[in-house]
Structures are given as structure tokens and as C-alpha cells.
Design a protein around this ligand. Structure first.
Ligand SMILES: Nc1nc2c(c(=O)[nH]1)N[C@H]1C(S)=C(S)[C@@H](COP(=O)(O)O)O[C@H]1N2
Ligand SMILES: [Mo]
Length: 506
């Protein structure tokens, strides 16, 4: 499986049998379990999934090894079966090509070969000692306990088996790690320049994080930006052959190359992205300056028909997201982004291009690795997450988060600040209020403003007295809407409620 993984890394990472099984598990997992996994496992969900696939494989292989000791041929057939199961997972991928089976073929040859080799060596090591004087009924006239030739022979061939097994384990680990390194090196994007921006935005002002430790940066650095998607292998897309097609209910179908988009006049917008799975107070939210092409311009060039009510966007592997057509045409800064925070989009965040639609949760507006926009109707086509019962219509709910002090932390008594971020995309943050120990709501100071689609940092000076304290925060947007106190889980259309934390002072 490791050598198959390495082979896949060199061809198409998604064709790795281990990753294909993981992907099949993700797609088959019922929504409540998936929600639980995102909540409880967070960033560890993918490593845990892959770890489980590996442990499962090892457990099955070990059982097959036991069978093979007695019936080698049966063992080899079972092992081939164990390899063919992931082949089914590989073949079920939407973009399946016959070449995706090469890594599985490698496993199909190597697996049983290793099984036969190890089993024969092990059996040989046990029979080599079975000389007559060693059978249980040897004559009592020879009670010698000195090692016999058979014993030492057996020891040395046992040692050979162990050495062989150890060497294979090492080789296998090296292949797996090598595969990961290959993928990582292929993930880097070399020598691409950001498109030219017609009217660059002024530089983002200095954020509160410079003054108050612990408040999230005004702009989330790319390496810290949360990542949420269904991929175990990040798609490696070649920008020279990649295209973006606009089809469906349009006057003329259009296809753009990467250079077409890059050579157009690009724009910049400051937009805070939020995941519907974000819990109140959670980390699945990030703020960036995006560079790209206005979505509206591309759609108008194609000529929007009068029947469509949704944009069904498709990524390079067939994953789909549906976005209300209205959100592309109502004047908000929806865009096809090529850059993020002054850098070419990274592969994890959707290179070569992704959709960014302010005000909508990522799963209904932020398609990464996007390759097609189809203008269609909600009653004619549905997308990946809506097929799994998440809401079709999912504007981001306004929310606020306390970054400092940390929940359940111990802090020294005296002057400090309570601080964090708040967002109300498409409406803008009007005010943030903080409540200490159930007292009155006190208005916090706001950090710089980068527009209605971007979060605001906030802080409230606080003289912390020794003891246990309860801190809560709420935001009001510019339309006067107050953050709801109704507690809701992320499923099906985003969490709500107020973050209420406890800290110990002194
Ligand atoms: N192709 C693709 N695009 C996707 C997803 C996905 O699984 N596949 N996940 C979406 C979700 S749920 C969110 S919240 C955002 C996250 O974008 P980020 O990983 O760049 O933060 O991407 C969206 N775009
Ligand atoms: Mo999301």
C-alpha cells in the first residue's frame, strides 16, 4: 500500500488506494457523524481518518497472514481481495481514468509477493529445526540440553525472517513518507505572478493585534487560514490546461484559460470567509484580501438567461456547490479569485481559481479548484452538501468571538483587555458589547474598518479582580440586527448563540 501511495504521488495523488478509501468513507459518512467529526476532531479529522484506514489495512493483512501460514494460496487470494476493495473506491471517483488503477496494480503484485516471501521464509525457519532428535518422542538416552545444529539453524533462519520483515517495514515506511514528500513538493506553486490589479486598495491599516496580545490578526496569514474541504489529496491542477467554463442558461457558452483571467483587469476585495461548521467562538473563519475577476463581469459576457436561479459550480474532481444567482448579480463583490493576501492562491485554498462570495458560508459560495459555472435552477440540480441535508440558502449569521483571555485560562489580576473579532458580512459591524459576570453590556472599542464584508477587531479594557469571571460578547450590525441568543448547532444553516466563557484571575 505504501509503494502504491508513492506511485500515486508521482501520478495522481487521488489515485492512492489508502486515500481513495478515505475519500469513499468521507462521502458515505452520514451528516451527523461528519458534523461530530468536524466538531470533536477539528484539524485532526483527516490524519485520524487516514490513520484508521492504515490500522484497518494492517489488521486485515495480519489476519490474512495467519491464514497464509496454513494455506498460502488462500492467503494470497484474500490479500488480492483486500487490494481490490480500494480499487473499487478508486474507480468510483468522478474523474476516474484507467491510469488511476496503476497504483492499485502495484499493490496487487507487491502485496501477495511479499506475503508469499515472508510466509515461505517463516515456514522454512520452523521446519529447518525439525530434525529427528528434536521431535517430542526423541529417545530419553539423549537428555542433552546443548544447542543442536537444528536449534542454531532455526535461530539463524528466524533471525533472517525478522531481518527481512524489519527491512520490508522500513522500506514500506520510506515509500509512504517519500510519497508524502513528493506530494508536498508538487503542491508548491513556482514562478507565478499575481495578476495586475486595476485599482489597488489602500494597504490594510494596522490591526489591534499590534497593541493587544492575543487578538486575531486583522488579516489572517495564509498559513494560518482555516481549511475545510472533502479532499484527502489536494488537487494538483496544471494551470496551462485548466479552464473555467460558463454554461447552462447563457446566451453563449464561454471558456477562459488561466491566462485569460490573469490578463484581464483584476480587482481586490477584503472579505471574511466563514464555514457553516464554525461553532460560536470557533476558529473556522478567516479574513483575507482576495485578488481576482468580478463574477458579474464573466456572467454578463456569457449573457445570463432568464430561467436560471442558481449557479452550480463544479470543481476539477466533480464536487459541486450551489450559489444563488442573485448573489452574483446584486452588486456584492462576488469574484473568481486567483490570489489571496498578495500571493497566488495556494493549492490548499483552491489554485488555480476559486469562487468567493461575500455573505455566504463557504459551502454555498466558495468553490475551490473551480472549473465550471453552470447557470441552472434549484429544482433541476442540487449540490454536494445540500444533497446531505445542509440548507440550500445559507447567509452567514453575524457573530462575535473572544480571543483573549482564552476560555478557562488563568490570568494575573490587574489591568488587561478583553478582545477578539466580530463579523456581520454584507451588513457591517456597528458595535460590539461585552458583559462581565452577568452585569450590563459595555460597549467595546472597535479596530480599523475594511468594509462591510470584513471582520472588525474589538477590545474592552478590564481591571481583572481575583476570582472566577464570566465573559460574554455580542455584535450588532449596521442594520441594527443584534446577534441572536438562540443557541443553534452548525447543522443545517450555521451556529448561533452568544459566546460565554469562564476565566480565573489571580
Ligand atoms: N472544491 C471544494 N471547494 C470547497 C469545499 C470543498 O470541499 N471542495 N469546501 C467549502 C467549504 S465548506 C468552505 S468553509 C470553504 C473553505 O475554504 P478554505 O479551505 O480556503 O478556508 O471552501 C469551500 N469550497
Ligand atoms: Mo464550510
Amino acid at each position: 500500500m505504501s509503494v502504491a501511495h508513492l506511485t500515486a504521488a508521482l501520478l495522481t495523488p487521488a489515485s492512492s488506494p489508502a486515500l481513495a478509501v478515505g475519500t469513499a468513507v468521507i462521502n458515505a459518512t452520514p451528516t451527523p457523524v461528519k458534523e461530530w467529526a468536524v466538531r470533536e476532531l477539528g484539524h485532526a479529522d483527516k490524519p485520524i481518518l487516514i490513520g484508521s484506514v492504515l490500522l484497518g489495512t494492517i489488521a486485515f493483512a495480519a489476519a490474512i497472514g495467519v491464514v497464509a501460514r496454513r494455506r498460502l494460496r488462500l492467503g494470497a487470494v484474500l490479500l488480492a481481495g483486500l487490494v481490490l476493495l480500494p480499487a473499487a473506491a478508486v474507480a468510483l471517483q468522478p474523474l476516474f481514468k484507467i491510469s488511476y488503477l496503476i497504483p492499485t496494480l502495484v499493490a496487487l503484485v507487491l502485496g501477495p509477493a511479499v506475503l508469499v516471501f515472508l510466509t515461505r521464509a517463516l515456514n522454512a525457519s520452523e521446519t529447518s529445526g525439525h530434525t529427528p532428535e528434536h521431535t517430542p518422542d526423541h529417545s530419553p538416552e539423549q537428555p542433552t540440553v546443548h544447542p543442536t545444529d537444528g536449534d542454531s539453524q532455526r535461530l539463524s533462519s528466524r533471525r533472517n525472517v525478522l531481518v527481512g520483515f524489519g527491512a520490508l517495514t522500513l522500506l514500506s515506511a520510506a515509500a509512504a513518507v517519500g510519497g508524502e514528500l513528493v506530494v508536498r513538493s508538487r503542491t508548491a506553486i513556482a514562478n507565478l505572478k499575481l495578476p495586475r490589479v486595476g485599482k489597488p486598495l489602500p494597504a490594510l491599516p494596522t490591526g489591534l493585534e499590534e497593541t493587544y496580545d492575543g487578538i486575531s490578526s486583522f488579516r489572517t496569514p495564509n498559513r494560518d487560514f482555516y481549511r475545510v474541504d472533502t479532499k484527502l489529496a489536494v488537487p494538483i491542477v496544471d494551470q496551462d490546461s485548466w479552464t473555467l467554463t460558463i454554461d447552462g442558461d447563457v446566451e453563449r457558452e464561454l471558456t477562459f484559460s488561466y491566462d485569460d483571467l490573469r490578463d484581464r483587469e483584476n480587482v481586490e476585495h477584503d472579505i471574511t470567509l466563514t464555514c457553516v461548521s464554525n461553532e460560536v467562538g470557533g476558529k473556522l473563519v478567516g479574513a483575507a484580501r482576495w485578488t481576482g475577476v468580478p463574477l458579474k463581469d464573466l456572467l454578463e459576457e456569457a449573457g445570463v438567461g432568464d430561467r436560471a436561479d442558481q449557479i452550480l459550480s463544479t470543481d476539477v474532481e466533480g464536487f459541486t456547490i450551489s450559489t444563488p444567482l442573485e448573489a452574483a448579480l446584486d452588486g456584492r463583490n462576488a469574484m473568481i479569485a486567483l490570489g489571496m493576501n498578495g500571493e497566488v492562491l495556494s493549492r490548499t485554498h483552491g489554485f488555480p481559481a476559486r469562487l468567493v462570495v461575500p455573505g455566504l458560508y463557504g459551502y454555498v459560495g466558495a468553490t475551490k479548484w473551480v472549473t465550471k459555472l453552470t447557470l441552472t435552477r434549484y429544482d433541476a440540480a442540487t449540490a454536494y452538501w445540500t444533497d446531505r441535508d445542509w440548507a440550500t440558502d445559507a447567509p452567514i449569521k453575524l457573530s462575535s468571538r473572544i480571543d483573549t483571555p482564552r476560555p478557562l485560562s488563568n490570568i494575573p489580576a490587574g489591568r488587561t483587555v478583553i478582545g477578539g473579532v466580530a463579523w456581520a458580512q454584507q451588513h457591517g459591524v456597528e458595535k460590539v458589547e461585552v458583559r462581565v459576570d452577568g452585569g450590563r453590556w459595555q460597549q467595546a472599542e472597535l479596530g480599523p474598518d475594511a468594509g462591510i464584508d470584513y471582520w472588525r477587531q474589538w477590545y474592552l479594557p478590564w481591571v481583572a479582580e481575583p476570582g472566577s469571571h464570566q465573559l460574554a460578547v455580542r455584535v450588532t450590525d449596521r442594520d441594527g440586527t443584534l446577534q441572536s441568543t438562540d443557541r443553534a448547532t452548525p447543522f443545517p444553516d450555521g451556529s448561533s448563540g452568544i459566546q460565554d466563557i469562564v476565566v480565573t484571575v489571580g
